[in-house]
Design a protein around this ligand. Structure first.
Ligand SMILES: *[C@@H]1O[C@H](CO)[C@@H](O)[C@H](O)[C@H]1NC(C)=O
Ligand SMILES: *[C@@H]1O[C@H](CO)[C@@H](O)[C@H](O)[C@H]1NC(C)=O
Ligand SMILES: *[C@@H]1O[C@H](CO)[C@@H](O)[C@H](O)[C@H]1NC(C)=O
Ligand SMILES: *[C@@H]1O[C@H](CO)[C@@H](O)[C@H](O)[C@H]1NC(C)=O
Length: 543
């Protein structure tokens, strides 16, 4: 559910406040997180620091009272009129709507008469202190942008502490002390915000300005946010740039105006005189008609919209940030440490967007073959580092050299790349094409280059045949050995045994005729036998 209510309330406030308050609408900046701009490269996004508008935060709080049964009217009781201790016939009755004063009435619309208000039980247990804690919780960090204003229907308390929590109520710090006598009540010297300066702005003070009980007509207590802003932005908050600059650079200052919870500790009701009138204890109680808290969701300058859904405020984060306060980078956008947006330079600030991650892209853009990526600033792109499973490429989308794509496997399959297994003797290199075919040397064939073409035979790779049984017959009774040589009869020689040995030696007799064994060849034969035996050639092949 979008906060249309949120926005319409704000619009209402603008109208009201511009009538009632003389402040310029200085918080109107930083209302856009991005715009499209036209550059030489075409339309691109330009990102800016942005924040939700300031609004009435009392619509989004939960209120808790301690003690829980401190609201008047259960059982019904009578109390004295404000300021007139002798008119004691007013009645508080929780079971009668017109006479009930439940806590919600502190946050309803004021402006009608008589005003509606929450009221506590009376101080009938005096001298036991009448103390009430009113805790306002947002379950969300919010930044205060205007004074906290509490309007009392009773006299303003003699002693009160405003406290704040920054951790959803786990720990509390005082925000301001209020007393008719600060020294007596809190052992503090009374001060007013006007006594502070830029350097002491974070000091926690006790003020006596707002505790004059019944003696003046004023019913209001302030926690002065704007006076504190004014130390930086000037008396009428004209110089917001200076305040923004300070908020940017001083975390303590930013945190000072940030809360998740507020607690109003009512410690002693207005007595108005030195002594408590013990005969008329029904004079003493607390009653609050209105509490104003204006602020905005803290979104670390990464959102302009704050959504109220399921009774919970959440920033609608931009700039690829996430979390209730946009306090971290989105998954897959952790390429550099998160940082809040910056108000500077005025007026657009700096978005400090989150950029794609080094590591998490691994799973989606490296197809699971790498869990390390590297962001290349110059190209504004991410490349996978150390692709596994024999993959390579910017996204590990290719197979390494020596591997080819498994057609039946998805890109993210561990088996996506298959080794080529090119025969190292038969192929030119170890790479294959997309279907696993290797590149073969001359005379070689087969997908892996481990077969020989006709006319070739495998001998440490395919070699052209020297002899075979088809075209290259050995002659003169020679036999072809492994296609690499003819084994010739003793009298013949030559690659195909085509020559007479004596011809080669030039020693053939005149009477000898071609084809007939030469005479007196016994000695030669014996010599040959001896020779082949010595060389280890198999003798049965000779004849
Ligand atoms: C109010 O809260 C304070 C702590 O901030 C606690 O010490 C005190 O007892 C509470 N008072 C009541 C009446 O619950
Ligand atoms: C955030 O991420 C989305 C993609 O998920 C992208 O379109 C968008 O431009 C990013 N925004 C920023 C500010 O980087
Ligand atoms: C190809 O991928 C399928 C599916 O993962 C797998 O079953 C097969 O073994 C792979 N083939 C090879 C040769 O690795
Ligand atoms: C690979 O080479 C073989 C043989 O040359 C061819 O038949 C096949 O189409 C080629 N495959 C691809 C994907 O190029």
């Amino acid at each position: 559910m979008y906060l249309s209510r949120f926005l319409s309330i704000h619009a209402l406030w603008v109208t009201v406040s511009s009538v009632m308050q003389p402040y310029p609408l200085v918080w109107g900046h930083y209302d856009v997180c991005k715009t499209q701009i036209y550059t030489e490269e075409g339309k691109v996004w330009d990102y800016m620091a942005c924040q939700p508008e300031s609004t009435d935060m009392t619509k989004y709080l939960k209120v808790k009272l301690d003690p829980p049964d401190i609201t008047c009217g259960d059982p019904p009781e009578s109390f004295c009129a404000m300021g007139n201790p002798y008119m004691c016939n007013n009645e508080c009755d929780a079971s009668t709507p017109e006479l009930a004063h439940p806590p919600e009435l502190m946050f309803d619309f004021e402006g009608r008469h008589p005003s509606t208000f929450w009221q506590s039980a009376t101080w009938k247990e005096y001298p036991k202190p009448l103390q009430v804690n009113i805790t306002l919780s947002w379950s969300k960090t919010i930044e205060l942008t205007d004074n906290i204003v509490i309007t009392f229907e009773s006299g303003r308390p003699d002693q009160m502490i405003l406290e704040k929590s920054l951790d959803y109520g786990r720990t509390w710090q005082p925000y301001q002390y209020y007393a008719t006598d600060c020294l007596d009540a809190f052992h503090m010297d009374p001060k007013s915000v006007k006594d502070l300066s830029q350097h002491t702005v974070l000091e926690i003070i006790c003020t006596e300005e707002y505790s004059t009980g019944y003696t003046t007509n004023s019913k209001i207590i302030h926690f002065e946010i704007k006076d504190r802003f004014a130390f930086f932005a000037g008396p009428r908050l004209r110089n917001m740039a200076s305040l923004y600059g300070q908020l940017d650079t001083t975390k303590k200052l930013r945190d000072f105006f940030t809360v998740t919870d507020l607690r109003i500790r009512l410690l002693r009701p207005a007595v108005g005189e030195i002594f408590v009138d013990e005969l008329h204890l029904a004079r003493y109680f607390y009653a609050i008609s209105d509490i104003k808290v204006r602020g905005r969701c803290k979104c670390n300058l990464h959102a302009t919209v704050c959504v109220y859904d399921n009774s919970k405020l959440t920033c609608e984060c931009e700039h690829n940030t996430t979390g209730p306060d946009c306090g971290k980078c989105k998954k897959n956008y952790q390429g550099r440490p998160w940082s809040p947006g910056s108000y500077l330079p005025i007026p657009k600030g700096t978005a400090n967007t989150c950029i794609p991650s080094i590591s998490s892209i691994g799973n989606c853009e490296c197809f699971g073959h790498s869990n390390r990526c590297s962001y290349i600033d110059l190209l504004n792109t991410v490349i996978c580092v150390s692709c596994k499973h024999n993959t390579r490429g910017q996204h590990c989308e290719l197979c390494r050299l020596g591997y080819f794509r498994n057609a039946s496997a998805q890109l993210d399959d561990e088996n996506v790349c298959i080794e080529c297994y090119c025969n190292p003797l038969g192929s030119i290199h170890d790479r294959c094409n997309g279907s696993g075919f290797c590149e073969c040397k001359t005379g070689t064939t087969g997908p892996k280059c481990d077969e020989c073409l006709p006319g070739n035979s495998w001998h440490y790779g395919c070699q052209p045949n020297v002899c075979d049984n088809e075209l290259l017959h050995c002659q003169n009774g020679g036999t072809c050995h492994n296609n690499v040589r003819c084994l010739c009869p003793a009298a013949y020689t030559g690659i195909l045994c085509e020559k007479l040995r004596c011809e080669e030696a030039g020693s053939c007799g005149s009477d000898s005729s071609q084809g007939a064994p030469p005479q007196g060849s016994l000695a030669l034969l014996l010599l040959l036998l001896l020779l082949t035996a010595l060389l280890g050639t198999a003798s049965p092949l000779l004849f």
